[in-house]
Write a protein that binds this ligand. Structure first.
Ligand SMILES: C[S@@+](CC[C@H](N)C(=O)[O-])C[C@H]1O[C@@H](n2cnc3c(N)ncnc32)[C@H](O)[C@@H]1O
Length: 203
């Protein structure tokens, strides 16, 4: 089964949240394409893409592939196999390529290698579903929300990962942009564990 194949890949999307992504993508991609900020190895991209297939839609997934703060040497989620000694840095492009090639039946993922702040300046298309799963610093999460949310179509969805109401359980930046969205014309549509799906009611 496709879900089990995606679940076996290296990445940061647990199966129960991935299934929710797949479901929301199937619903909201009828409004337009899916955009993801924070590809890593493409695990969440593949869940989103399997849902978007229902509407013959594409998932554009954006990452500079240098890794986030927690992926760097000596940090909690450093993975030596993603470290390219010749470049002297983390590079998750090979992991992404490996993962995508294991799921050839899902052919509607288009990776964009670049900084989401820069890409946003040139992005023209309306978005059916935006998934924010990039850097979790306060500044980055705010940038991702402010740069991208206006491109979501009316009736489309904003999905945010790693929502922790309790600061002892996790960083607060995703929760802060979740609260900001609730004050900016979005309402909660659904939630699965730490991942929320908001529906856009303005614009
Ligand atoms: C938590 S990981 C994403 C996990 C992924 N969604 C999965 O399912 O495994 C966050 C990713 O965001 C990327 N990232 C951080 N800041 C970024 C930025 N400004 N632009 C693009 N990508 C960024 C990092 O390189 C990292 O790969």
């Amino acid at each position: 089964m496709i879900i089990n194949k995606i679940d076996a890949l290296k990445g940061f999307m647990p199966q129960h949240e991935g299934i929710a992504l797949q479901k929301w993508s199937a619903i909201f991609s009828k409004h337009g394409s899916v955009v993801e900020i924070g590809t890593y190895g493409g695990k969440s991209s593949l869940y989103l893409a399997s849902g978007a297939k229902k509407n013959d839609q594409i998932v554009f997934t954006i990452d500079h592939h240098y890794g986030s703060e927690e992926h760097q040497i000596d940090q909690e989620y450093f993975d030596e196999s993603n470290y390219d000694k010749s470049l002297g840095r983390v590079n998750t492009v090979p992991l992404l390529q490996k993962n995508l090639s294991k799921l050839k039946e899902i052919n509607n993922v288009i990776p964009l290698i670049g900084d989401a702040n820069l890409v946003s300046r040139f992005w023209q298309m309306k978005i059916g579903l935006l998934f924010i799963d990039g850097s979790h610093t306060k500044k980055s999460a705010e940038n991702d929300f402010n740069n991208w949310q206006e491109k979501i179509v009316y009736g489309g969805a904003l999905v945010i990962h790693d929502i922790y109401e309790n600061p002892e359980e996790g960083g607060q930046a995703p929760y802060e942009i979740f609260r900001l969205a609730l004050k900016s014309g979005y309402e909660l549509f659904d939630r699965e564990d730490t991942i929320v799906c908001l529906k856009k009611l303005v614009g």
